[in-house]
Design a protein around this ligand. Structure first.
Ligand code: G16
Length: 544
């Protein structure tokens, strides 16, 4: 056994963002860059020594190389056993499931999620704690702090191992257990959902669906669960083979990037139900025939109907949403007497609420929904939840959602993204907005009266930790809202996100186009933040 200690120097840009450390592949390929961050994980997460580590990624470019490095470092740092997804693959939700199931000391997940992959694109790494969720800020800060002072790392000198054959391999004193990446996750889904009922829906001949895996990690999961265990017709899963560059696509399940799928829900021969997932399988998009379900509405519909779903039939304790997510779920919680929480953006903020059983369901506008079954958002879980609901209700997606609006009101919702703008311009724009906040309440802007305006801060109700400066909220007296926030997942310049929400209780006004409903709010947002003047942008890069 030949463990060597390599001298290194700190990099100053290894502070994890909303979800781990995300950078261009080329940055990760800089000598010692990945190794420094991984050693910082081993140095701070001391239970990994002698413990079990879960390891896998979304299969993007550099996944395999990074896996080989991390395996050799795990061995040199005394990890007893590594549970590795075959081929170096594990979806983020499956990693969370496995971390929890096998009593491990945590997991390392390699992914830049919905960001594109390839030699000139993005890569990422994050540590998930033994409860299966993304490390909380105390842990990510400790890892970051360690990266600022690191001067050596330990690695085993040994040739690469074969990642593609299930079974056990010894690497120094560490056992590498190459496991099927799908089995444990698929078994968990069978516990939560009524597979017999969903199978009958597929067998009825009256129902068709397509799932777009976007050439990312959920391909094998969706094929096994939908076509294998549920008997959906072959070809239900499209773009199902994971590729290192996602087939040149952008694996972000929204109306823009999943347009091939969107087309399948339109016109003659349109499918009844369609869904897509992202690079690492934690995001989802839900579509009916000619109908898009906003992620915020999806969460609200789930909360209102959870009692109809096998794994949640005993009732749910509460629901949480990230701050920019529409308040649709709040309306449900209000009516049903459920606990309801508004957290900062980032799944890690749901962890304590889930562990403390304060909530059962949670979700984010960024195409994420999930529950207490794991500690990550879960794309395929969301799809199965909807399938189970469709099988029980025997109604279309559109009917379920429009009935929901009649009962709870509709929260019209849209998001404008201004990508890769100058970092300093973006900071200045946010600072200028912050300065305006005290003067806004009571003002009427284009007919909308400002009820409150603040910079969102969150106190975790379980551990009391405080997170400040989490985005600017401007709320109006009719329930509408504008939120401004800088993304924490981009790898180029800054991304300004503007989230817009309008509330409508009158059923006769609930089927207007989102664009027409939002016109005045968009104008208010553009003027308030002086977007064109401060960024030079006349229109957003993406509207979702
Ligand atoms: C990550 C986080 C999510 C967050 C999203 C958007 O998602 O896990 O909790 O909502 O980023 O972040 P931002 O608006 O800062 O770009 P993913 O799917 O990228 O891991």
């Amino acid at each position: 056994m030949n463990i060597v200690t390599i001298n290194t120097q700190p990099y100053d840009d290894q502070r994890p963002g909303t979800s781990g450390l995300r950078k261009k592949v080329k940055v990760f390929q800089t000598p010692h860059y990945l190794e420094n961050f991984v050693q910082a994980i081993f140095d701070t997460q001391t239970d990994l020594r002698g413990g079990i580590l879960v390891l896998g990624g979304d299969g993007r470019y550099y996944n395999r190389e990074a896996i080989q490095i991390i395996l050799r470092m795990a061995s040199a740092n005394g990890v007893k056993q590594v549970l590795l997804g075959r081929g170096g693959l594990l979806s983020t939700p499956a990693a969370s499931c496995i971390i929890r199931k096998y009593d491990t000391a945590g997991g390392i997940i390699l992914s830049a999620s919905h960001n594109p992959g390839g030699p000139d694109e993005d890569f990422g790494i994050k540590f998930n704690t033994p409860h299966g969720g993304p490390a909380p800020e105390t842990v990510t800060e400790a890892i970051f702090h360690r990266t600022t002072e690191i001067d050596e790392y330990r690695i085993l000198q040994t040739p690469p191992i074969d990642l593609d054959n299930p079974g056990k391999i010894s690497l120094g004193d560490t056992q590498i257990n190459i496991i099927d990446p799908v089995d444990d996750y698929a078994d968990l889904m069978m516990e939560l959902f009524d597979f017999d009922r969903i199978r009958k829906l597929f067998d009825s001949g009256m129902f068709s669906m397509r799932f777009d895996a976007m050439h990312a990690v959920t391909g094998p999961y969706a094929t096994e669960i939908l076509e294998g265990r549920l008997g959906a017709e072959p070809g239900t899963v499209i773009n199902g083979i994971p590729k290192i560059d996602f087939g040149g696509g952008h694996p972000d399940p929204n109306l823009v990037h999943a347009h091939q799928l969107v087309e399948l829900t339109r016109g003659t021969g349109a499918v009844n139900f369609a869904a897509a997932s992202d690079g690492d399988g934690d995001r989802n998009m839900i579509l009916g025939r000619n109908f898009f379900v906003t992620p915020s509405d999806s969460l609200a519909v789930m909360a209102a109907n959870a009692h109809l779903i096998k794994g949640y039939s005993g009732g749910i304790s509460g629901v949480a949403r990230s701050m920019p997510t529409s308040q649709a779920a709040d309306r449900v919680a209000d009516k049903l007497g459920l606990l309801c929480f508004e957290t900062p953006t980032g799944w890690k903020f749901f962890g304590n609420l889930l562990d403390g059983r304060k909530i059962t369901l949670c979700g984010e506008e960024s195409f994420g929904t999930g529950s207490d079954h794991i500690r990550e958002k879960d794309g395929l879980w969301s799809v199965l939840f909807w399938l189970n609901l469709l099988a029980v209700k025997q109604q279309s997606v559109e009917k379920i959602v429009t009935d929901h609006w009649k009962a709870f009101g509709r929260n019209y919702y849209t998001r404008y993204d201004y990508e890769a703008i100058d970092k300093a311009d973006a900071e200045n724009l946010m600072d200028a907005l912050r300065e305006k906040l005290p003067t806004l309440p009571g003002q009427t802007l284009s007919g909308y009266r400002v009820e409150y305006a603040d910079d969102f801060a969150y106190t975790d109700p379980v551990d009391g930790s405080i997170s400040e400066r989490q985005g600017i909220r401007v709320g109006f007296s009719d329930g509408s809202r504008i939120v401004f926030r800088l993304s924490g997942t981009g790898t180029e310049g800054a991304t300004l996100r503007v989230y817009l929400e309008a509330y409508e209780t009158d059923p006769s006004k609930q089927t207007q186009s989102t664009e027409s409903v939002m016109t005045r709010l968009v104008d208010i947002a553009l003027a308030l933040a002086e977007i064109e003047h401060r960024t030079g942008r006349t229109k957003p890069s993406v509207i979702t």
